[in-house]
Design a binder for this molecule. Sequence first.
Ligand SMILES: Nc1ncnc2c1ncn2[C@@H]1O[C@H](COP(=O)(O)OP(=O)(O)O)[C@@H](O)[C@H]1O
Ligand SMILES: O=C[C@H](O)COP(=O)(O)O
Length: 638
Amino acid sequence: MKTKHVFESSEGLVVKSLRGAVALNPSLRLHKGSKSVFICDRSPTARVSIISGGGSGHEPAHAGYTGRGMLTASVAGDIFASPSASQVFTAIQLALASCKQAEFSEKKEVLLIINNYTGDRLNFGLGAERASTLLGTHVESVVVADDVSLLDQDPPSLVGPRGLGANILVCKLLGAAAESGLALVELKSLGDAVVDNLASIGVGMDHCHVPGRPKDSVGSLKDGECELGLGLHNEPGARRMQIGSAENLVQEMLKQILDCRRKRSPKHTDEEGGDRDFIFPGDEVVLYLNNLGGISQLEMGAVVDEALSQLASLDVFPTRVYSHAYMTSLNAPGFSISILNASATYRRLSENSSAKLSATVPQILSYLDAPTGASGWLGVRSWPSAKEGEHRDRNVEEQETESLLQSLSSHQSGDKMFRSGAANNQKTWEAINLVPVQVEKGLRSACEAVFTVESELTHFDAEVGDGDCGTTFANGARAVLSALDNQQIGVRDMSPPSFIRKLSEVLEDSMGGTSGALFGLFFTALSRELAEGESFRSAPLRALNALSKHTPARPGDRTLVDALAPFCDALAHGEGFREVVAAAMQGAEETRYMKPRLGRSTYVPMDGEGVGAVPDPGAWGVAAILSGVERGISDPIE
Ligand SMILES: Nc1ncnc2c1ncn2[C@@H]1O[C@H](COP(=O)(O)OP(=O)(O)O)[C@@H](O)[C@H]1O
Ligand SMILES: O=C[C@H](O)COP(=O)(O)O
């Protein structure tokens, strides 16, 4: 595995890289704070804004696919961690603003293209909810879940298949369809039909290394070995196997794609036609290969050739062929093969009575052929002419974007109400038996505890996930300490509900990822419960119940809920703080032996030697936070 980088740390790397992407295309602007890139000269024909995004490390996704005929705006999280809900909300605002101001109020329709990862689903979902409430935006989502490598899991995971590199094919198709003037309901029908008939599988020769992470944070593969059923985030593949030969590898990958209908879990059988072929004779299909970043172009060309000749031997002759590093996993030496069945997409649209669009196969293919101004797809073909001696000044452009966002706040309704939430409640800390000095000490100590376990969390998450859990938790802890230090939040100056509400905003803005969304939701609910008069003993359990509406995770599913639930329960039952923290730690410890049904661990085979021995990183982090609080407060809470 290559661990040498041009930039030895990931600090500031994402924004720098986004600036690079914007420099390639004069039609783009960057909003640094939210890591959003948007079109500043949107075409008049597009009625709907198309937005996608996700963690960084997948470049040129998604900034490189922002441009006329593809995405109106994109939003990036940290490396391999989804952007937060507030980032998504800002991206939506900027996409809407890219219409001329006069048209702003009429073009409030947004389609989100979301890859099926928990963090992305939660954060894009919450960002969309906020846009509907505050801007009156009508938002629909198309969820890309094209990975066929884990369809026969038993019991089936609650997460569903991952989204792989064919996400970009969906962005291209829907971006061009939006450019042609389709309405939101039509785009949603088209998108759903496309993702239902899209199947992909990835393979990796080795893992990639994230700049700045410990060099041994991810294990290397042995000579001659590969991992089949690979995601985009460096998590272990569905299974290890001998490469054998390139022909065998491509054959195995195509077989999994062509058999995907038969492999779908029984619960999908009725609605999705389980036990059927993925391709019928005469179907028009698109072959799409995605280089994860580390395979030579020479070999990729040969893989295209191999895939085409094997498909020809099965009487399948793709009408369109694409191969490029569309959506990378840093520089991972791997690739994925995807097939989009355009004929089946057409059938699905014409047979489904609830579909709001009918589109012929040539029409569907025309969306792929349509020109785009997005540099990552074909490269920008025509540059707007600049006056002699006129140069772009990125500082001026970024300042203009800040001003634009500020001016947009006048279009929002109810922002103040949303932001302050429970802030009006004047109940004091003393009234709920907490001493402000102790609360601050506990909070600071919790942040220190996160730094202590950061590398452990990275290690656990690298074993069973994508290795970003330590960074995500540490980002949150750093932001909380800095918010306390610069008095952005102050325990003494704020009532408990307002303080917790602000804390949730700080966490939500700084963390991203699944855990950032879950913390944001939990603390928002906690603030509301306190404002409604619940005590510090009863409010956390009620907040946990509120969280349960956004995630199906329950104790036993091997998530951070396994640490949080015993804590909330024990607190509600009147146990002392030492005991409630011990309950959380025991819950986290027990995750070592649990089989995951949620989160990224579901993609990883857990029966393998040693893998099951690590606890769930999120649960471990929550337990560390709580024991940090315990260390920080010298007296019991009551
Ligand atoms: N659906 C879910 N519900 C509750 N907790 C979850 C869920 N999915 C993942 N988690 C928790 O999130 C932790 C990972 O957090 P994070 O690194 O932010 O996730 P990711 O990188 O996958 O977005 C997991 O260890 C698990 O505790
Ligand atoms: O690159 C990361 C993806 O957007 C998934 O995000 P997540 O790991 O937070 O679910």
